[in-house]
Design a protein around this ligand. Structure first.
Ligand code: USQ
Length: 383
């Protein structure tokens, strides 16, 4: 297939580019280095020094013989995106090109505006570029489980049937996000749904939970091919952060009571999910929504697991409850459905002690690079 990846330099984008190229697809990766720029501006650089996208692609090709075609540019610039889509004529576009950090989006007006404008303009431009140049193309959009929030009812996969005053209809599942970043993902879904039902676009919206991991089949070939592994309070997701904290001897930063429960998945499973979604496109005029995670954990459970894995490697890992910098329920009901990707063939990689230990061992190799001053929360959910 001819696959265009927007956000091809990201934590998910780069491993996806390698995975699809290794399977023999024609892969085109686009990025404008927004995340790297923001990471530098906020002193939130990744644990491992990652070569830029063109260098990564060159090193990957030297190691494997597989080519990833790189275009550096900004997809919020419609002239650039149109040119790429017209030239590439993709059969699938994987859209990761968004500002992905909830804390960054809550830092102040400038960061909120950048997140809103970047994320919505990227999605809007993609919709129009596809409509105008490749209307049959399958858009695979990375959404987030955070769109649903934590309602006191079971969460469905995107859609819910509602009976009201004796009549029934099917609607998008109610959404109520906990950060501006997550809210932009709700707005993305609404934009996509409008153009799907009005102009017959073909879209998969993947509601993904927090991802952890640093290893994929291709990333393991060479240190230069590793994904961007963040452990700071802005770009680091909670499991990756806890593993680095365990190695650095910093008490694990449980926010508030630690009962916050989310659906997690290993980076390797993100790769599987994307592959399954791309190979099984929905019909034209369908917005297919799948919940993308394999296991649910509370923050307290995650801390306990990382503590146990650390102990197995001789690390003394402490846990500390910090005042929660976020505004979120700390004890709540959480029961989201997640069968669609399993039905397509997803084989979960569970968060076993062995998986956590192998990540800890990886982090230990870079112990000297850990900057402990970017671990504690620097952003709060206050105006
Ligand atoms: N948390 C802690 N301690 C920490 C960091 C986080 O207790 O040191 C808690 C948070 O308060 C939250 C939970 O852990 O309750 C998850 O936080 P996170 O930072 O791992 O994830 P989040 O900010 O929600 O965002 C991440 C990705 C985002 C993706 C989302 C999926 O950055 O791009 O959309 O996970 S989800 O959370 O399901 O919406």
């Amino acid at each position: 297939m001819r696959v265009l990846i927007l956000g091809g330099d990201g934590y998910l984008g780069w491993p996806t580019a390698m995975m699809l190229a290794a399977k023999g697809d024609d892969v085109f990766a686009v990025d404008n280095y927004l995340r790297r720029t923001i990471a530098r501006q906020t002193s939130s650089e990744a644990l491992v020094d990652n070569p830029n996208l063109e260098d990564r692609a060159r090193i990957f090709e030297e190691r494997t013989g597989h080519h990833v075609e790189v275009r550096i540019g900004d997809v919020t610039d419609m002239r650039f995106l149109e040119r790429v889509v017209r030239d590439v004529q993709p059969e699938a576009v994987i859209h990761y090109a968004e500002q992905p950090s909830a804390p960054y989006s809550m830092r102040g007006f400038d960061e909120a505006r950048l997140t809103l404008q970047n994320n919505l303009n990227a999605t809007f431009n993609l919709i129009w570029a596809v409509l105008q140049h490749v209307p049959e193309c399958h858009i695979v959009k990375l959404g987030t489980m955070g769109e649903y929030g934590t309602p006191d009812i079971d969460i469905e996969e995107g859609w819910i049937e509602i009976e009201h005053k004796g009549r029934r209809d099917r609607f998008l599942f109610p959404r109520q996000a906990g950060s501006l970043y997550h809210t932009t993902k709700i707005l993305d879904t609404d934009l996509l749904w409008f153009y799907v039902r009005t102009f017959g676009l073909r879209v998969t919206d993947l509601m993904q939970g927090p991802v952890y991991g640093i290893s994929t089949a291709e990333a393991d070939l060479d240190e230069a091919l590793l994904p961007n592994f963040h452990y700071d309070d802005i770009f680091g997701t909670v499991v990756n952060r806890f593993l680095v904290q365990a190695v650095a001897g910093v008490p694990l930063t449980v926010y508030g009571k630690g009962g916050q429960t989310r659906g997690y998945l290993n980076l390797r499973d993100t790769m599987q999910c994307i592959d399954l979604a791309v190979r099984h496109p929905p019909a034209a005029g369908e917005l297919r929504i799948m919940n993308q995670f394999t296991e649910t954990f509370s923050v307290n459970e995650l801390a306990r697991r990382v503590q146990d894995a650390g102990r197995a490697l001789g690390l003394e890992v402490k846990v500390q409850s910090l005042p929660n910098p976020r505004k979120e329920p700390e004890e709540h009901y959480y029961n989201p459905a997640h069968s669609a990707l399993l039905d397509l063939g997803l084989q979960p990689t569970y968060m076993t002690e062995a998986v956590l230990c192998s990540m800890l061992e990886m982090v230990m190799r870079y112990r000297d690079r850990i900057a402990v001053d970017r671990i504690l929360p620097r952003v709060t959910w206050r105006a």
